[in-house]
Design a protein around this ligand. Structure first.
Ligand code: FAD
Length: 400
């Protein structure tokens, strides 16, 4: 007798990656029975709804990597999707500003990398920089005209509507507690229900590694949460800049540094920092979660990564504890910002995979078993890249 499953494809996670995956699956296989589960009561509650809102152009990423490829494809796909579905967005461009001779050298390397990645950039000398952005100071800058901004929560809601209109179910408020892979499919348990599916796709962001381990995958990395604290500039400063303004990042870290970001709804955000969080969904410095903390402390990769990046860690701790210290980072390239300009703004937490030997994993990471596909590392720019990531996961899942 053939087994009757609740769904052909069961997707855990209604963030941008899970919803884009469901949508791409249904585009490729319109008759498939797809079910999306999320533990929260709204889509895009975590990373997809708590980010900088930037559409990235693909400047920074290792040439040939999944990140480089999917970011370039995602750039075009996100603009097209936003235009087609009336989602607020704009191509405002960005400047990456070097403020020291070392940063000028790093900026030159970044310009080379951008060209290899087919991202169009223009070099600005000091005079051209101050003409382009009078409030910004630096020795040189790279201008990236393709960079933009989008309302990512609205994009997630639009994807959810498309998925439901295509016949799939989205069940919110369903925390998946256990995942079991069987010989012919997968069983998933929430507190109130049990589901079975031919194929499982896990896009669970900050909780992704836990569900993968439950399903029996042996992982040599763990998700470590890095909180990004933001401020919002006072409305009186909302015309301070015309582009997003970024510092030159430390090439050893996957984080881009505290930047000034134009918001699609108007105004400017400042951030995010990158401070180790004491809870995977800990949006305040004071948030602790005993299980998350225990897992982190017992994970050798955490101590190795802290040792390797001790200087950056101390700088981040300073920014988390002191607003003046945070302000100093912004004033390196935008000296007119004052302490009283910085108003509260919601934080986000990045799901960053760290290997057992203490490396911050930069690339997107997807693992597969016979009946399941796991998104194990989808940090920035995975909002920009969500549509091509979704297409790739759909392709992998449909092969089964
Ligand atoms: C501070 C910050 C700034 C960023 N800035 C940018 C940017 O400007 N541009 C850009 O392109 N990217 C940016 N990113 C990255 C981007 O936001 C993320 O890479 C992307 O949103 C990841 O989407 P996701 O669907 O994988 O994860 P998420 O959006 O976190 O979704 C995972 C979902 O899984 C659900 N879930 C987890 N566990 C369970 C369970 N057991 N049962 C049921 N459901 C579960 C969660 O509730 C959640 O809804 C930023 C990220 C952060 C944190």
């Amino acid at each position: 007798m053939t087994r009757r499953f609740d769904a052909d494809f069961l997707i855990i996670g209604a963030g941008l990656v899970g919803l884009a995956t469901a949508w791409k699956l249904l585009c490729a296989r319109p008759n498939a029975r797809a079910l999306v589960l999320d533990k929260e009561h709204a889509v895009a509650t975590h990373q997809s709804g708590r980010n900088s809102g930037v559409i990235h152009a693909g400047v920074y990423y290792e040439p040939g990597s999944l990140k480089a490829r999917f970011c370039r494809e995602g750039l075009q796909a996100t603009y097209a999707f936003c235009a087609e579905h009336d989602i607020p967005h704009a191509r405002c461009g960005k400047l990456i500003v070097a403020t020291s001779p070392l940063e000028v050298l790093r900026l030159k390397a970044l310009a080379e990398r951008a060209r290899t990645n087919a991202a169009a950039v223009e070099w600005l000398d000091q005079a051209a920089l101050s003409e382009t952005e009078p409030a910004v100071t630096g020795l040189a800058a790279l201008r990236v005209d393709d960079t933009g901004m989008a309302d990512y929560p609205a994009m997630a809601r639009a994807l959810a509507t498309l998925v439901q209109n295509a016949g799939a179910r989205i069940e919110l408020g369903q925390t998946v507690q256990s995942v079991r892979e069987r010989s012919e499919g997968v069983e998933v348990q929430t507190p109130g229900a049990a589901y079975s599916a031919r194929h499982l796709i896990v896009c669970a962001g900050l909780q992704g590694d836990r569900l993968a381990r439950q399903a029996g995958l042996a992982l040599d990395f763990a998700i470590v949460p890095f909180r990004g604290d933001y401020f919002r500039l006072h409305d009186a400063r909302s015309s301070l800049i015309r582009h997003h303004i970024y510092p030159v990042p430390d090439p050893a870290l996957p984080f881009l540094g505290i930047h000034l970001t134009r918001l699609v709804e108007g105004g400017i955000s400042v951030g995010p920092s990158a401070m180790l969080a004491f809870a995977r969904e800990g949006y305040r410095l004071s948030h602790f979660n005993a299980r998350d903390l225990r897992d982190m402390v017992l994970f050798p990769g955490l101590w190795r990564v802290l040792g390797r990046h001790a200087g950056a860690g101390l700088r981040e701790l300073g920014c988390a504890l002191s607003k003046s210290r945070y302000l100093r980072e912004i004033r390196k390239y935008c000296p007119s910002v004052e302490l009283e300009d910085l108003l509260p703004h919601p934080s986000g937490v990045r799901a960053q995979a760290v290997s057992r030997d203490g490396r911050l994993l930069h690339n997107f990471l997807i693992r597969e078993t016979a009946h399941a596909t796991f998104v194990c590392n989808a940090p920035s720019p995975a909002a920009t890249a969500s549509l091509p990531i979704g297409a790739e996961i759909a392709r992998l899942a449909l092969r089964h």
